[in-house]
Ligand binder design. Structure first.
Ligand SMILES: [Zn+2]
Length: 433
């Protein structure tokens, strides 16, 4: 991994390019104001899960904010908030900046929201010299990135990756997406019309908190993402035989839990032999059945979440895990069932956009590094439609999905500045190739 350490200290407020720069105070005000929508006063967490009242309020807030700066905004069929500036020709491919304003329950104020608000600030700055834009610039806040209804509805709809079946998906409480959208006055089937044509987006930028400890520990302001991790999630079941814990001799048991225990022990070896230093494997949920202290477990069901940024390694890991599970089932005389629950392909960020970000980070004298993204993001979905780039700002102590999520203001401003300068350099190009 590369670490760039700049020796020259240059104030961030110094403008090294033409044109206006990020209004730090305005950005700060926006962040704090949006953080009041959906806040629970007792636990200080945010509750803006997709299509809740607070989520819809945040969308309206963003539309109002854009209107204040003369930016035309609208909701598309999937309730994505979209604003657009620059040349009015609708056929010109745009630069798209986005993220999401929905949250998990009891969330912090930066996951998703920061990328949208930095994008809003970039559009406001570029709007002041709109006549210089040769490429339209769009802002998007995607619906349901956090997957209340299982997927990433907004970005998937935007890329034409949903079907009518998607609209019948249910959340954990059994509420159907279609009826929840209708309750908000939206026609769910309009989501199928949110699809954008390939070629209509020239580049997608997403700024996001890292959600991990790397930048914070290194004291760096910005991470330039080179690849976003892919993953597969399995539901694994070992079936043995439930029996009396006292009367069944040890050598005559078909103990399903022992299968899980054997497997858990093999994970480090499999990662070492078949994975990379970026590989991760997690058993996050397990259930022993029938679940009585005096009964030999007849069945065990557990999740397996495996991640890497290289598709070939991910395939190799899937093979190795499958083989290990079958071998354990044979050895312990258990039945094995494997259910693939989801699979997301890893995505490489666009090399030209990455190079441009690196160049601009150098010009701004930022402390930065190249890094992978271990979490999934809308950028992964948008890569089906357009080249993507992501930049990270540090998460203090690596905290995320909790009210303690935080990034120092100076790092937020640095990230926003880098986003602005990178987008500006493409949006103001004199001749588009
Ligand atoms: Zn996010």
């Amino acid at each position: 991994m590369w670490v760039h350490v700049e020796t020259m200290a240059v104030s961030l407020s110094e403008d090294t390019s033409t044109g206006q720069t990020i209004d730090n105070d305005r950005l700060k005000r926006d962040i704090l104001e949006l953080a009041e929508i959906g806040r629970n006063e007792e636990d200080r967490g945010l509750y803006r899960m997709a299509f809740t009242e607070a989520d819809m309020e945040a969308k309206q807030w963003l539309l109002d904010r854009m209107k204040l700066s003369g930016i035309k905004g609208r909701l598309d069929g999937a309730a994505n908030v979209i604003g657009r500036i620059g040349p009015s020709d609708p056929n010109l491919p745009s630069i798209l900046i986005g993220s999401h304003t929905d949250t998990v329950p009891r969330a912090g104020m930066l996951d998703g929201a920061l990328g949208v608000l930095c994008g809003l600030e970039v559009l406001r700055i570029l709007k002041t010299r709109e006549e210089e834009l040769t490429v339209p610039v769009e802002l998007i806040s995607f619906t349901d990135e956090e997957g209340r209804f299982g997927g990433m509805l907004g970005s998937e709809a935007f890329c034409g990756l949903i079907s009518p079946e998607t609209l019948y998906q249910k959340d954990l409480d059994g509420i159907e997406l279609r009826s929840e959208m209708e309750a908000r006055g939206l026609n769910a089937f309009d989501a199928l019309n949110a699809r954008r044509t390939p070629g209509s987006v020239r580049a997608y930028y997403e700024l996001h908190i890292e959600q991990g400890p790397v930048l914070d520990e290194a004291g760096e302001s910005v991470g330039i993402v080179e690849a976003i991790t892919g993953l597969f999630k399995w539901l694994v079941r070992f079936r043995g035989e439930a029996n009396h814990a006292g009367t069944t001799p040890m050598h005559m048991r078909h103990d399903a839990f022992m299968g899980l225990a054997d497997f858990a022990h093999e994970i480090p070896r499999i990662l070492e032999e078949n994975g990379s230093e970026r590989s991760r494997a997690t058993i996050g949920k397990a259930q022993i059945l029938p679940g009585a202290p005096n009964t030999v477990p007849g069945e065990v069901e557990f999740s397996l979440d495996v991640r890497d940024t290289d598709p070939a390694i991910l395939d190799e890991l899937a093979d190795a895990f499958r083989k290990a599970l079958s071998a354990i089932a044979r050895r312990r005389d258990l039945m094995l069932e494997l259910e693939m629950q989801s699979k997301i392909e890893p995505v490489a960020c666009d090399p030209d956009l990455v190079a441009n970000l690196e160049k601009k980070a150098g010009e701004l004298d930022l402390l930065w590094r190249r890094m992978p993204s271990g979490a999934a993001h809308d950028a992964q979905i948008v890569s089906h439609l357009a080249p993507v780039a992501m930049l990270f700002v540090p998460s203090r102590d690596g905290q995320s999905h909790s009210p303690s999520e935080w990034t120092d203001w100076e790092d937020i401003f640095a990230g926003a500045r880098l986003l602005l300068e990178s987008v500006r350099s493409i949006a103001c190009e004199k001749s588009t190739p």
